[in-house]
Design a protein around this ligand. Structure first.
Ligand SMILES: Nc1ncnc2c1ncn2[C@@H]1O[C@H](COP(=O)(O)OP(=O)(O)O)[C@@H](O)[C@H]1O
Ligand SMILES: [Mg+2]
Length: 366
């Protein structure tokens, strides 16, 4: 049997470049080599693509990251997965992959742009399509669509960088009345808690709103929820007439004031993670249904991590919960939440990768 050539795309013109190096190293090491032949493709910080030959010895090494290989030969993607070498030394050389596996995160990677390139070049790829990726990246559009489907979202308002001072002033008065303090201000299309602020006063509100506008021209103002943060991993059903598959739940308990960038990446004790989350079977059932409905309402495909808030102020009899956000290309290191949740739900890391690739090939056939 000819092995399926899988292009593992890593790096990316994104603030989450470094996280990708780790995720992709795990994927490269643990992909099923009896069925797949992995090829590593590095997108450098300028957006240039490189063909990277990773030696077999990497698989058993203790290296936790794939290299930032800006010196490796430059390539461009042509139609049907053909990769054309651009440097003098490899003049005329071409390689071909059968399916792309984007193991990158954030802007220019997770927001539908890369997926659009794959579509226009007629190459299969894992994860959500153009629309689902773009929706998933935009916390405001996600909420709007979820609301429209009757699903609970954290109460919020929106501000644009072009809004007048008067408009912002009246929005603040409305937010004070209807959302209350503290509020969360967040850039609409970022990740890793970049551009996310907790504010408790009018002064802080104004300063942090300006800061958030450095990251995006659209910013959400949300009610600060005294929240338990509950996450689920979701997989598309290969029979799409059936509901998506949902993992057991996890709870993240940040040890910082909230789950900040530092708590995520710079402090190994930044959060306590409980898998499975301690929630009642009845609540678990409700949240599982909610997560399935979110996956469908937001047009997601392949896989996704869906993060909910459970309001601590609500009662066990009448729990109040909301969608916080979805991640269409969640972290994929062997200790990342998405594969960990599946591992504990009975799908081992290697089998999970196989499922994602099979779903990608299935979509292309259908
Ligand atoms: N409305 C909110 N109420 C309470 N905490 C929040 C709220 N919004 C965000 N947070 C905190 O900020 C963190 C990051 O926000 P999130 O919307 O998940 O952005 P990111 O995409 O960067 O992860 C959350 O994990 C949570 O700890
Ligand atoms: Mg988050």
């Amino acid at each position: 049997m000819n092995k399926i050539k899988v292009g593992i795309i890593y790096g990316g013109r994104s603030s989450e470049h470094e996280v990708s190096l780790r995720s992709a190293a795990s994927v490269f090491k643990r992909i099923d080599r009896t069925r797949f032949d992995p090829k590593t493709i590095y997108i450098d910080k300028k957006g240039v693509w490189h063909w990277v030959d990773i030696p077999e010895s990497f698989i058993t090494s203790s290296d936790a990251t794939l290299p930032m290989a800006s010196e490796a030969p430059e390539i461009v993607l042509l139609s049907q997965g053909v990769l054309s070498f651009q440097d003098q030394k490899n003049f005329g050389r071409k390689e071909k992959v059968d399916v792309m596996m984007p193991i990158v995160h954030g802007k220019n990677c997770e927001d539908g742009t890369l997926q659009g390139l794959f579509e226009s070049m007629e190459i299969a790829y894992t994860g959500s399509g153009v629309l689902g990726s773009a929706i998933g990246m935009d916390k405001e559009v996600s909420k709007r669509l979820a609301e429209k489907a009757g699903l609970p979202v954290v109460p919020y308002r929106v501000a644009h960088v072009w809004d007048s001072t008067d408009h912002i002033e009246s929005m603040l008065i409305d937010a004070e009345k209807n959302l209350g303090w503290p509020m969360f201000i967040k850039a609409a299309r970022e990740g890793s808690s970049v551009g996310v602020y907790k504010v408790k006063t009018r002064e802080e509100f104004k300063t942090k709103l300006k800061e958030a506008f450095q990251y995006d021209n659209k910013v959400l103002i949300e009610r600060g929820i005294d929240a338990r943060e509950i996450e689920f991993a979701v997989l598309q059903n290969s029979d799409r007439s059936k509901a998506p598959l949902v993992s057991i739940a996890a709870e993240i308990i940040p040890t910082h004031e909230f789950y900040t960038y530092d708590a995520k990446y710079n402090d190994e004790n930044g959060a306590i993670v409980k898998v499975p989350a301690e929630i009642s079977p009845a609540l678990n059932e409700k949240l599982t249904q909610l997560v399935q409905n979110i996956f469908i309402a937001l047009e997601l495909e392949g896989y996704s991590r869906i993060d909910l808030f459970l309001d601590r102020q609500s009662t066990t009899e009448n729990p109040v919960f909301y969608l916080n956000e979805v991640n269409t290309l969640p972290g994929f290191t062997s200790i990342s939440m998405f594969p960990k949740l599946w591992e504990m739900s009975g799908i081992a890391y290697t089998d999970l990768l196989t499922k994602l690739i099979d779903l990608a090939l299935l979509r292309n056939r259908g």
